[in-house]
Design a protein around this ligand. Structure first.
Ligand code: LLP
Length: 438
């Protein structure tokens, strides 16, 4: 999908731009997004659905990486948008993203967030629980405004991924449980409501999934319930949203399916299930985050300190770490990397790449083979486009990196590097702030 290559100078090039030039221009750490890679992936999703001749929506899960430029790109690529907070919704609207193509998720949407969604007339709200449902019924009644909703259910399917990113099992904080009759009850309430329009069902089984079986299982499981709803309440959904979670390649050994294959398999399962009921195939919606932006992102760091422990290990440290990529510390996630300025050289040593935080767990890559590493080299870590910048933080008061988009030999900064001024902008001096009596 991507445009990475080693150029004539033996350097890593992305989108036709020399990564060393990017490092010199914008400084490090730097997130570099290969826009063509994102385009190609969006196109592959579109083509897979078109080939299947079903109505569909591809909603980019903006939690993976959200900023104004990314929302603009998602819109340009004909994607809908999954947001899960008022902040993501605000960013989308600020980018001019069409409200009617925005879907709102979350297990604890606040009354203010629901009101914002209803006022902005977004495309749909994915109702997660009875608390939210009660609020939403009252809100739309008081505003006399209609709102399309999907109902999120937990299909009881294990996605076989890290437990922190697995969401489809019955014991989950997300969605209505299918076995206890709670989903039935929610549907009954929705069908009799004058302002909430139940468009369909949503399930998301987890993330970084390499096999299509989980999605097929989820579709079958949902259809088992649809049979029941059809008999008990004469309800059949217009929309079947199967969520996101399509895996990507982080390191050797990761072998996701081609994107089209996930789509083919889930759509074919839905077609077979619909045919067995003599019903139309619902619109199929998916919500890829990582699969759209993960491999498109590369983080460029500068190498600083080196520590050799004879016979034990060599640590080389970079100028970022868990502040821009918390995934290794949080999920034991694995990554691979090259020296961007000497990408063609053969590997000569094994090093472990440490971040700069005061935290032993701040390690990015263990036992990485590289050419002999020198201070000042550029290290390019691949597949950092999803849940890297979006989970970035200021631990140790480290500044968040800049983000640059590259395409066809051109580059453009889309998020500036944080500054010291940004860091302390919302803070007040203790002595001057004073206490307020109370
Ligand atoms: N839809 C829903 C309802 C979700 O909860 C998620 C992810 C997605 C779609 C997109 O999943 P994706 O296609 O990106 O796998 N921070 C973790 C991932 C958490 C995912 C949360 N929900 C990580 O870095 O792996």
């Amino acid at each position: 999908y991507g445009t990475q290559r080693i150029n004539e100078m033996g350097r890593l090039e992305i989108g036709g731009v020399d990564s060393v030039l990017l490092g010199e221009t914008y400084g490090t750490p730097l997130f570099i997004y290969d826009v063509k890679d994102i385009r190609n992936r969006a196109l592959e999703f579109h083509e897979a659905f078109k080939k299947q001749q079903v109505s569909y929506q591809i909603a980019y899960a903006s939690k993976a990486f959200s900023c104004i430029a990314m929302m603009e790109l998602a819109n340009e690529l004909g994607l809908s948008l999954d947001v899960c907070s008022d902040g993501e919704l605000h960013t989308a609207l600020a980018a001019g993203f069409p409200a009617e193509k925005i879907h709102f998720h979350g297990n604890n949407k606040t009354p203010d967030e629901l009101e914002m969604a209803v006022e902005e007339k977004i495309g749909c709200i994915v109702v997660d629980n009875f608390t939210e449902l009660t609020w939403l019924m009252a809100l739309t009644e008081s505003k006399k405004t209609e709102m399309d909703v999907l109902i999120r259910i937990t299909p009881g399917v294990e996605a076989h991924t890290h437990e922190y990113i697995s969401t489809g099992q019955e014991d989950s904080k997300f969605g209505f449980d299918l076995n206890s009759g709670q989903a039935d009850e929610a549907i009954r309430l929705l069908l009799s409501h004058s302002y909430l329009k139940l468009q369909g069902v949503h399930s998301h089984i987890g993330s970084q999934i390499f096999k299509a079986e989980g999605f097929e299982e989820a579709v079958k499981e949902i259809y088992r319930s649809i049979h029941g709803w059809s008999v008990k309440m004469d309800y059949y959904p217009n929309v079947l949203n199967v969520g996101g979670g399509f895996g990507i390649r982080y390191a050797e050994g990761d072998s996701p399916l081609p994107l089209g294959e996930y789509i083919d398999r889930m759509v074919e399962t839905a077609k077979a299930e619909a045919a067995a009921m003599n019903k139309p195939v619902p619109e199929i919606w998916v919500e890829p985050g990582r699969a759209l932006v993960g491999e498109a992102g590369t983080t460029l760091y500068s190498i600083g300190a080196r520590k050799d422990i004879p016979q034990v290990r060599t640590y080389v440290s970079v100028d970022g770490g868990m502040t821009d990529n918390i995934r290794p510390a949080l999920y034991q996630a694995e990554y691979t990397a090259v020296l961007a300025n000497r990408a063609a050289e053969k590997t000569e040593e094994t090093v472990s790449v440490a971040g700069k935080c005061c935290e032993s767990g701040d390690m990015l890559i263990w036992d990485l083979k590289l050419p002999t590493v020198h201070q000042g080299d550029y290290l390019a870590v691949f597949s950092t486009g999803a849940y890297g910048y979006s989970m970035a933080n200021n631990y140790n008061r480290i500044l968040r990196p800049a983000v640059v988009f590259v395409e066809d030999g051109e580059h453009e900064c889309v998020i500036e590097r944080e500054t010291f001024t940004d860091l302390t902008r919302r803070e007040k001096s203790y002595s001057k702030a004073g206490f307020i009596a109370g």
